[in-house]
Every structure is written in structure tokens, then in C-alpha cells.
Design a protein around this ligand. Structure first.
Ligand code: SF4
Ligand code: SF4
Ligand code: SF4
Length: 320
């Protein structure tokens, strides 16, 4: 089958030793005994795709990379699942999208190059933003999630406001773009490669037009996507930083002082910032300076996925 050999080769799935370590540490397999990354690789290597490519297993993987951290064959199972999803989509098979496809719909609406948005209403007077600076704060879909989940207590725009307040505190006055698009992370990992590339190209054109040389984001998924996927998708060459990295640099340089509180806190490593992006220390440096930081049982490379991935197959694993 066209594309399957490439997915097997590029993600090193041919080198699977069938040791089963991936299944043993997989948070999805822990809650769903019917799912096994080892068996998925085995079937992809040995079986006719018609017998497995349209099945649910492809969509059960959380793409958290936990298995790859231990795999003796360095099989990139997360990326393998992503690439198999793209092949499955070509055959008309997709995962079940949570929330009635509403979230993927706004990601598709943003692929219209003529779309004009007003994404800046949430910027309050106390926030300093620039009209012509070369550092961009990439907001991502926070305003959309805010509108969708506010009744459940999620205040997405407050996250964006606080990120800008913190950047202002260390002397950065960022730009915020009115026509920024979704980074495309969820479409890419759900196998909609063309949709992802369309968003990447539109964003790259906006960044170039605005003269952006550095991008700061507070979303771990945007961070991974802009830093690791945009260079090959649209040739993006600018520096990409997570907001915790900017603040930790300022803390280390002495230009940020944090008042220590009596709070006891733990940090959950997001898969995209930690295992995907390799950043474990910056958030901890900030938290340790401001509070008593305690480590959880599963931390850094061994951290557990939060349980949901690209808004598909939300079920017993996500909610367990
Ligand atoms: S851990 Fe790696 S080598 Fe072992 S079964 Fe899983 S994919 Fe194969
Ligand atoms: S990437 Fe995560 S969810 Fe997917 S098979 Fe590996 S450990 Fe399981
Ligand atoms: S856990 Fe599932 S239902 Fe709940 S917000 Fe996430 S995707 Fe939606």
C-alpha cells in the first residue's frame, strides 16, 4: 500500500523487536486492554491494511511519546500513529471527534485565506502590546476554547492575558496578530495533513508580513508545532519559545524576581513540552522560585499524558 512503507520506515517501525515495553508503559493500554501499540506495529508490518487500517486502534493512541522513551528499537510510535491516521483518512476512515466536530470546524474555517477575524477584543487596557515589534505572542485557540468551555470554568483568554502580563513584566511588549490562525496541531495529529499545511502557510505568511523574528507561546501544542513541524511544512525559520523559557531566562539573569509564597505545588509535564520538546527545567525553575515544588510519582520523561488527544475518541481513557 502506497505510503505505508514510508510510514514504517520513517518511524523505524520495521525495527520493532516485539518486546512489549511500549504496551507495558502505555497509559491508553493501561485503561483499555484491547489496545496494544506492539500489536499495532505487528499488524502494520504483517497484515493486509484492509483488515486493520479502518479500525479504532489507530485513534486510541494519545501520541504522548511515553513508549518511545523506553523503546529499544527507537520506534517513533506517536508519529507512526499520526502517519497511519493520514493514510486512514485517505480511505475515508476518521476517529470520532468529540464535541460534535465543532472544534475541527473552526480549524477548517480558518483555512480560508480571505477570512478576516477580530481576535483582539480580549486585550485589556493594562496589557502592553506592540504595533510593530518583532516578538509575537502566539495566542493559539485560547479565545475559541474560552467561548466553548467558559460554562465549565475554563478561562482561556485569562491565560493569554496573564502570559502578556508576565512578558511585560520582563520588558517584552509583544505583538498579537488579529488574523492569526490555529497552528494546526490537532488537524496534523488527526491525519488531516493538507488542512494543517494550509494553516501553516497562512500563519507563515502573516509572520513574514509582520516582520516577526521571535515567537512566544503559552500552549505546549503550539510550541511543538511551530518549533518542530512548521520548518518542514512552511519553511518557518524564526526562534520559537515557550513562555516558561522566556521567564526562566529572565529569572536566571536576575531581571525577574518572584515573591515566594507558602503554596505547595506540583508540575504536570505536558507531553508536547516535555517528551516532544525536551523542556522540563524551565517551568520547574519558575515554580521552585515562587513556591514549594513537589515532584509527582510520574515526572519528566515518565510523566503521564493528561488523557486527551486531538479531540478524538474521548472516552474511558481520557476520563479515567
Ligand atoms: S517498545 Fe519498541 S521494540 Fe518494543 S514492542 Fe514496542 S515498538 Fe516494538
Ligand atoms: S504514544 Fe503514548 S498513548 Fe500512544 S502508544 Fe505510546 S505510550 Fe501509548
Ligand atoms: S475530556 Fe473529553 S469531553 Fe471532557 S473536555 Fe476533554 S475532550 Fe471534551
Amino acid at each position: 500500500m502506497e505510503g505505508l512503507g514510508v510510514a514504517l520506515r520513517e518511524n523505524r517501525a520495521y525495527l520493532c523487536l516485539s518486546c512489549g515495553k511500549c504496551t507495558a508503559v502505555c497509559p491508553a493500554a493501561r485503561k483499555d486492554a484491547g489496545f496494544s501499540p506492539r500489536r499495532t506495529v505487528e499488524r502494520a508490518v504483517n497484515d493486509d491494511p484492509a483488515t486493520w487500517l479502518g479500525g479504532e486502534d489507530l485513534w486510541k493512541c494519545l501520541t504522548c511519546l511515553r513508549c518511545s522513551a523506553l523503546c529499544p528499537g527507537d520506534v517513533r510510535f506517536s508519529e507512526f500513529a499520526r502517519d497511519l491516521r493520514a493514510l486512514a483518512r485517505q480511505r475515508g476512515s476518521t476517529g470520532a471527534c468529540t464535541h460534535g466536530d465543532a472544534i475541527f470546524t473552526w480549524m477548517r474555517l480558518m483555512q480560508d485565506p480571505n477570512l478576516r477575524q477580530n481576535r483582539l477584543d480580549w486585550i485589556t487596557d493594562d496589557l502592553q502590546v506592540s504595533e510593530d515589534g518583532d516578538t509575537l505572542y502566539f495566542v493559539g485557540c485560547l479565545p475559541h476554547y474560552d467561548a466553548m468551555f467558559r460554562s465549565q470554568g475554563f478561562e482561556g483568554v485569562e491565560i493569554a492575558r496573564n502570559a502578556i502580563r508576565l512578558l511585560n513584566r520582563v520588558g517584552i511588549v509583544p505583538r498579537v496578530l488579529a488574523d492569526e490562525r490555529c497552528c494546526g496541531h490537532d488537524l496534523l495529529w488527526a491525519g488531516d495533513v493538507e488542512g494543517f499545511r494550509a494553516l501553516a502557510r497562512l500563519n507563515a505568511a502573516l509572520f513574514a508580513q509582520a516582520g516577526v523574528r521571535r515567537i512566544v507561546t503559552s500552549c505546549a501544542e503550539c510550541y511543538r508545532t511551530l518549533k518542530m513541524d512548521y520548518p518542514s511544512a512552511c519553511g518557518l525559520k524564526v526562534e520559537v519559545l515557550h513562555v516558561s523559557q522566556v521567564l526562566a531566562q529572565s529569572l536566571a539573569a536576575g531581571s525577574l524576581a518572584l515573591r515566594r509564597s507558602a503554596l505547595r505545588v506540583a508540575f504536570h509535564d505536558p507531553c508536547r513540552l516535555g517528551r516532544h520538546g525536551g523542556e522540563y527545567d524551565a517551568p520547574r525553575a519558575l515554580l521552585a522560585a515562587a513556591a514549594e515544588l513537589r515532584e509527582m510519582e510520574h515526572e519528566r520523561e515518565r510523566a503521564l499524558c493528561c488523557g486527551t488527544s486531538v479531540w478524538t475518541q474521548c472516552g474511558q481513557v481520557a476520563k479515567a
